[in-house]
Design a protein around this ligand. Sequence first.
Ligand SMILES: Cc1cc2nc3c(=O)[nH]c(=O)nc-3n(C[C@H](O)[C@H](O)[C@H](O)COP(=O)(O)OP(=O)(O)OC[C@H]3O[C@@H](n4cnc5c(N)ncnc54)[C@H](O)[C@@H]3O)c2cc1C
Length: 391
Amino acid sequence: MADLSYLEWPFFEPRHRELAVALDAWAGAHAGAAHGPDVDAECRALVRALGRDGWLRHAVAGTAHGGMGEVIDTRAVCLIRETLARHSGLADFAFAMQGLGSGAISLHGTPAQRDRYLAPVAAGEAIAAFALSEPEAGSDVAAMACAARAEGDDYILDGEKTWISNGGIADFYVVFARTGEAPGARGITAFIVDADTPGLEIAERIEVIAPHPLARLRFDACRVPASRRLGAAGEGFKVAMRTLDVFRTSVAAAALGFARRALDEALARATTRRMFGGVLADFQLTQSKLARMATAIDSAALLTYRAAWQRDRGNRVTREAAMAKMTATENAQRVIDDAVQLFGGLGVVSGQPVERLYRDIRALRIYEGATEVQQLIIARELLRPAEDARA
Ligand SMILES: Cc1cc2nc3c(=O)[nH]c(=O)nc-3n(C[C@H](O)[C@H](O)[C@H](O)COP(=O)(O)OP(=O)(O)OC[C@H]3O[C@@H](n4cnc5c(N)ncnc54)[C@H](O)[C@@H]3O)c2cc1C
């Protein structure tokens, strides 16, 4: 049983503690860490199981559409991601993408769009994806080239999206395309595109170090009814940023889950690995490592749950979420690297939990805003008052 004493922190309410304890037991039984060769099938099965047993209700908003509440509870989402990540990177991925992929519909969908898409997502019966990035527009989202032009009651999409998680297994994609109302970020619109829409194809499946469904999509005269436009024309950038705002703190929580698992593994190894007439944990150099690992985890956890708690209180958390994401992902990378070191040769053997964690953590420092982007966000927030005063 994991140490869940942090659930006593004042950020949480009793329902959060109950959720984390119940999910820990569920994940122990249902989210085995070993990833089989068929990652698509495993992912589909995880989505179905998470939906069947009610966990995905936390990923969507609106009780009328299967959601747990009228708004997404950030602390619940974070606790779920942390817990799942501690057990299985793929289970965390399956949960997270249902939320990120449908988040724009929860926030900006019309009643008809919410009716059609959210309940199946919450039940684990439809798989969602979020298609923002392009080959030439990653960190610089506003450089996107994928275009949508209005034609009668439809829009016609042409272009590419890449690094799309769930690409190839999703039932629908929330796609951002340039509609040209204004230059840059103000000329983008969001659409819901069903996976079987003619003109949408999976151009390439992408293999990554921590396997999960990932693809490059191509849109070739792909006709989407105007009723699938998500939010107002030209407001797509805002739709994307608001969606990412809900889920950015949860990336920190996933990193936290990976780091906690690494520390658990390291403690178990250090206290049992015999050497020089004692065990590895007897040596002060080991104790120094363990102390740094535990402190890095607690500082990341404090920033993560501060941001989640602030968001649930209705506050703007741009700075707090960026601090949490940057710190938790960077700290987790170091904690996991220390765990691999403590395992010695065993730490780099394929399939060992710490070896898997070493691969699982890497992309979190890049997606949903790389660490450098988070630094720029934090600095911008710090400098804002001085700039306002100068203006
Ligand atoms: C596993 C994985 C899953 C993903 N899933 C999705 C998804 O589901 N949907 C989706 O839309 N996208 C997804 N992405 C894409 C992800 O959001 C982008 O990879 C990310 O935004 C970075 O874009 P890029 O890869 O083009 O890197 P680039 O934009 O080329 O950036 C490269 C590096 O430059 C540095 N950098 C960036 N900006 C600055 C700056 N201003 N100053 C200094 N340095 C800077 C950072 O270190 C960054 O990592 C995923 C990516 C990965 C790896």
